[in-house]
Write a protein that binds this ligand. Structure first.
Ligand code: MV4
Length: 450
């Protein structure tokens, strides 16, 4: 059993995980790059160790340095946060082989889900509804490929098995485009992921991005904690998330949620996880599973009243889940705005020193952030400086609270996307709920033209 956790991440999630560790009476070792040496949250750790230069490849992705930091500090467990090494099966294997606990699923489960073809096969076999298309990678034979695409019906999408999160995919509108698209995607995938395997699916034109949060222990228990809608995104970067996904029939959601929990039991999954679905015409289509804690987990925490990070650590310690599906009741509605250090119109990153920092508060308002006045946002990492999360009894209540909180929040010294969030919180389409994955990019284009 571990009593010391090494946090192999930075920024708001490093602080979020530290707080969860403290709540469980655990010691905390933080690792950091040279660029983060003055980060205020490091002072809260029992020990802080520098693991390399600013470049992520030499620090937060530096596996030997992180394993050495665990060895010298006596940490017996590693929390990866999100991004960086959180879904790296090779790293998790090394952690396991070193006799340490990885706070997350087994390397075997991460490996299955990392290959999007094997993930789809496992999910379809477990009764999770998937996008129409084979759950095998494409054969070499052009005639066979053409037949498969014709069976699905155009448009189809070619995706790399090693891709995910929007990398390595190409839409194919008709048969003439099929083989060229296939060749290019294969070539790119081989270079980018070291795996040239590709697969095809029906391309859905106007879906929403709806996801299901799951939590599973190491004793075969698994639950789902409700839905989130993350459709409001630009270039695969989510901007605002909410829980639950609005306007979805409760019985349908329960059916899909139960299929996710069942799939976890079937594959021996443990830890937290997210099933990503496309949702179109009142139907769910599985696309990918994320085997990590997600940025947007707080909206689920506020609606489920479950501390997801604490539960993640507890199940890694071998504890059984303290509740069953029948105990879980989602209450009210929550939104999360990702506050980024970026120009609100051009989206260019805007690192630098924060001169003034005023965050909102009050009932139903939560701010997860590692920043403060005087903090210098480094240019080397993602530009998120805070998450503003609000909860209300209804979607309308939560939206009102979101507007009030956004008006209160002030960040000076760097540009942020707060103006964009304020505009979106007043936008009719967003206020109505249920916009599709293309809504924000369309909205930005129209606004730029006006
Ligand atoms: C799709 C799709 C339409 N049809 N698959 C993009 C990210 C990756 N997770 C999967 N993605 C998509 N897969 C089929 N069969 C449209 C997208 C997609 C998308 C999905 C979720 C959120 C934003 C998106 C933006 C563009 C495309």
């Amino acid at each position: 059993m571990f009593d010391t956790v090494l946090i192999a991440n930075r920024g708001e999630i490093a602080l979020r995980v530290l707080r969860a560790c403290r709540g469980l009476g655990l010691r905390v070792v933080m690792v950091h790059s040279e660029a983060d040496k003055d980060a205020p949250y490091l002072a809260l750790a029992d020990q802080a160790l520098c693991i390399g230069p600013a470049a992520p490849g030499q620090s937060y992705l530096n596996q030997p340095a992180i394993l050495a930091a665990a060895a010298v500090s006596g940490a017996q467990a590693i929390h990866p946060g999100y991004g960086f090494l959180s879904e790296n099966a090779g790293f998790v294997e090394r952690v396991e082989q070193a006799g340490l606990t990885f706070i997350g699923p087994s390397s075997a489960c991460i490996r299955v889900m990392g290959d999007k073809v094997s993930a789809k096969r496992a999910m379809r076999a477990s009764g999770v509804p998937c996008v129409p298309g084979p759950d095998t990678s494409l054969p070499e034979d052009p005639a066979q490929v053409r037949r498969l695409a014709r069976e699905i019906g155009y448009p189809v999408i070619v995706k790399a098995a090693g891709g995910g999160g929007g990398r390595g995919m190409r839409v194919v509108n008709d048969e003439a485009e099929l083989l060229p698209a296939l060749a290019v995607t294969r070539e790119e995938a081989g270079r980018a992921f070291g795996n040239p395997e590709v697969y095809i699916e029906k391309f859905l034109l106007h879906p929403r991005h709806v996801e299901i949060q799951v939590l599973a222990d190491r004793h075969g228990n698994a639950v789902w904690l409700g839905s989130r809608d993350c459709s409001l995104q630009r270039r695969h970067q989510k901007v605002i998330e909410e829980a639950p996904a609005p306007g979805i029939p409760q019985e349908l959601l329960a059916q899909v949620g139960d299929s996710c929990a069942q799939a976890c039991r079937r594959i021996g999954y443990s830890g937290v996880g997210t099933f990503e679905f496309l949702y179109e015409n009142e139907a769910f289509y599985f696309i990918e599973m994320n085997t990590r804690l997600q940025v947007e987990h707080p909206v689920t925490e506020l609606t489920s009243a479950i501390d997801i990070v604490q539960q993640q650590i507890r199940v890694a310690r071998g504890e059984a889940l303290p509740f069953t599906q029948a105990d879980i009741a989602c209450q009210g509605h929550a939104f999360e705005c990702r506050i980024n250090a970026e120009d609100p119109r051009t989206f260019r990153p805007s690192p630098g020193q924060i001169t003034d920092w005023n965050v909102p508060g009050g009932w139903g308002v939560r701010v997860d952030s590692h920043a403060r006045a005087g903090y210098r946002v480094p240019p080397y990492y993602d530009s998120m400086v805070a998450k503003l999360i609000v909860h209300g009894a209804s979607r309308a209540d939560a939206l009102t609270r979101l507007r009030v909180a956004l008006d209160e929040m002030r960040v000076e010294g760097i540009a942020t996307n707060l103006p964009l969030h304020r505009e979106l919180a007043a936008d009719e389409g967003f206020v109505d709920g249920g916009v599709d994955i293309h809504y924000l990019e369309r909205w930005l284009k129209e606004r730029a033209a006006a």
